[in-house]
Write a protein that binds this ligand. Sequence first.
Ligand SMILES: Cc1cc2nc3c(=O)[nH]c(=O)nc-3n(C[C@H](O)[C@H](O)[C@H](O)COP(=O)(O)OP(=O)(O)OC[C@H]3O[C@@H](n4cnc5c(N)ncnc54)[C@H](O)[C@@H]3O)c2cc1C
Length: 410
Amino acid sequence: MDDGNYFQRITDQQITNQQIVKNSFDYIIVGGGSMGSAAAYFLSKKGQKVLVLEQFDFIHDFGAHGGQSRLIRKAYFEHPNYVPLLLRAYENWATLESETQEKVYFETGILYFGEPDDALLNNIRLSAQLHDLKLEEWQLSDAKQRYPMFDGIPDDWESLFEPEAGFLLVEKCVRLYLKQAMQQGAILKAQEKVLSWSENTVQRTPFGEGVEVTTAKAQYTAKKVIFTAGAWTKPLLQDLNVPLTVTRQVLGWVRPQKWVDFTLGHFPCWGISDKENVLYYGMPILNEEDTSGALGLKLGRHLHGAAVYPDSVDRNINAADEASFRDCLEKYMPQANGDTLSIKTCLYTNTPDENFIIDKHPLSKNVILACGFSGHGFKFASVVGEILADLAMKGETEQPIEFLSLKRFF
Ligand SMILES: Cc1cc2nc3c(=O)[nH]c(=O)nc-3n(C[C@H](O)[C@H](O)[C@H](O)COP(=O)(O)OP(=O)(O)OC[C@H]3O[C@@H](n4cnc5c(N)ncnc54)[C@H](O)[C@@H]3O)c2cc1C
């Protein structure tokens, strides 16, 4: 495992070797997290000179890419429009795996439970039907026989199994994209928060018009800038007043009664639609080398937590945090209802309709933004990075992202 200064050391080396002309780049990426790392990979792969500016050390728990794992699935209950993007995302994750010879995607399948005629389950069915995806209707008794760990699920509920689904190792994905980007020549700068930016319409950069970006340490110019700043997007794009709300979320890790029954290879990913708008979800216990320091059975609740400002989030854990997932264990998975091993906080950045924003800035033609991933964006990072690279280099993308444009809010 690399130490925390790994990216900075290599970057310092690259800067000395590359003789950067007056801090000028083809593209500057603001925010080196989920989407920014992927964008840096795709742009640098095409030979572009890229600078990534990250306010913290690379890979951290303060934003949205901490916490070991993220679900990935195709039969998308949020909206069937996401399915084409997901198909491409799966391909791109596979490419990352084959290029690096590292495993980031684990296909465990996802087992869903819900009341008869549950809206979330019905939307999964709809996406699968519209896009001809694999989805199995399981008798609840069969599901419980196969996985008695769910023996608290009421007997009149339904269950669905999506086989081509599972989880991604979130920090490892970001780390690999950053590493690949660096090897392709990108410059990565940690601890360099972007404070302001302005668009130049005059010949002030070596490329003519472009964008000037200011941090506490330096000023940089580029043909274009891409904002992938997650929970910190709003102050950077004040001119747009992007409708984003940041919420504090928690993830828990517990000790089940029979550890081995819940481990990878014995237990799938799962989702329980408890009532309108509440989805409990979780992943199996991972092999120790993949845990990112959090051992145990992981679970979370997909429901917006309290609205917060990203720089003043209370990271202390309280009784309500524990209660947010304990209810699920008590009701539905009593065999997993053991000691809490750890709890972590994480941030959602939500749009009013919970669909992402991926667009060109309507007023500044050299600015591109990707934000508002509303607690379900990570699985798309591999396609969002590619889309951002296309928008930056060609001004357009082949991917169907019209439904994610900013204009729906203005
Ligand atoms: C608890 C939880 C569970 C989730 N579960 C899932 C799941 O199962 N499946 C799924 O697909 N998605 C899931 N998500 C959502 C997913 O993780 C996010 O949608 C995704 O990580 C958002 O990526 P991002 O690049 O926008 O933000 P981040 O990954 O947070 O990256 C933004 C980066 O920008 C940096 N930055 C911000 N401002 C500046 C600045 N001014 N200067 C320099 N750097 C700056 C930040 O420090 C940060 O590193 C979950 C999220 C949470 C919190």
